[in-house]
Write a protein that binds this ligand. Structure first.
Ligand code: 3EB
Length: 347
């Protein structure tokens, strides 16, 4: 895929594959541009993995990204990156035990290095960030660890002059049981178009009851990815209306509310250009706090979106903690559709 489209953008593509399908791609020659593995082995440099248990029957899966053939790889502080000059994938794994630092400091350092790596490759615009925090809901010396993470993250954004409020990248932040702080990200040369959810207070404007520094992410982001296509990146979406968790203790109702939020953010994204997205045609990752809730979550998705829907058939279910103790489920997703964005993007 070395061809450039009429805008001079080498197209970015993504496909969700089983582990064996992903490995077959790389054994045919060079590995693909990069991948995000779910339950995959942790020794493939082009496929950083998410250290969470896969709850779906299909087993280990990967979102494999394709860019142009001219891939360079390198490191920048704690960041390992792959870049084709237009698109960049990065991964950070920082272990508190090895680094002798707390989570606030580690998040600060990780994001400082992330922004440095963008400057190094010239892909300065972050499209999407995936954050995985060990023991996210545990206490970190008087402050919940997720809130410690938010402190270090926001400070690094501000120090680097990156948009920490309007215009923040799409992201998710999940809890893993053990291991390192893991951050994966996708960047490009053109700023994405941020999308908010009219049913929810923007997370960067959450009141201080949720921690001394608000989370740094937009509800979704849109980016033209070449070849006449637009990508939609939907951040972690949960059972939150306004800024409050709703349906405490009721995983069924939380899943239904999450699907309403997904539909709302997709409707908002559809106002931004000619590309049209729908809740039943996304590649979703479903994070479930209690593995025993998985059949209920799956049944709700099936009932609301249909047994044959793309979303149901392609969803990956992972066991993970959600950033609020009272949230039982969270869904993130991406999708690609033909079209273009109305608002000219700033370079
Ligand atoms: C929420 O809506 C749920 O801290 O980067 C979702 C997506 C959530 C991203 C983050 C947190 C983050 O607040 C939690």
């Amino acid at each position: 895929m070395s061809a450039r489209d009429f805008n001079g953008v080498p197209p970015l593509r993504v496909e969700r594959l089983s582990l064996s399908e992903s490995l077959a791609l790389s054994s045919e020659g060079r590995p693909p541009f990069g991948a995000l593995g779910y339950g995959t082995p942790d020794h493939l440099s082009w496929m950083p993995t998410v250290n969470a248990r896969v709850l779906s029957n299909a087993g280990a899966m990967a979102d494999v990204w394709h860019a142009s053939e001219h891939i360079e790889s390198g490191t920048s502080g704690a960041v390992r990156w792959r870049c084709d000059g237009h698109w960049m994938l990065g991964a950070i794994d920082l272990d508190e035990a090895h680094e002798g630092a707390g989570l606030t400091d580690l998040a600060h350092r990780a994001y400082r290095d992330l922004f440095q790596s963008l400057a190094q490759t010239g892909c300065t615009q972050v499209l999407r960030i995936w954050n995985y925090l060990p023991r996210i809901n545990a206490d970190g010396g008087g402050l919940e660890r997720y809130r410690q993470f938010n402190l270090g993250r926001q400070q690094a954004f501000v120090e680097a002059g990156q948009a920490a409020f309007e215009g923040a990248p799409a992201a998710c932040a999940l809890g893993i049981h053990q291991g390192a702080l893991c951050i994966r990200f996708l960047a490009g040369r053109v700023a994405p178009l941020p999308v908010e959810n009219p049913r929810q207070v923007s997370a960067y404007h959450y009141p201080p009851t949720y921690g001394p520094r608000s989370p740094t992410f937009s509800r979704a982001a849109l980016a033209e990815i070449g070849g006449g296509d637009v990508a939609l990146f939907i951040s972690g979406t949960a059972s939150i209306v306004g800024h409050e968790t709703v349906h405490l203790g009721d995983v069924r109702a939380q899943t239904e509310e999450t699907l309403r939020n997904l539909a709302a953010v997709i409707a908002a994204a559809n106002q931004c250009g000619s590309a049209s997205f729908a809740v039943d045609t996304i590649d979703a990752v479903v994070y479930v706090r209690h593995d025993t809730d998985t059949p209920i979550v799956r049944e709700v998705i099936e009932r609301k979106l249909g047994a044959h829907s793309h979303t149901l058939r392609h969803a990956v279910y992972l066991e993970a903690d959600i950033c609020r103790q009272d949230l039982l489920v969270e869904i993130e997703a991406h999708a690609v559709a033909g079209g273009s964005l109305d608002t000219p993007q700033k370079v």
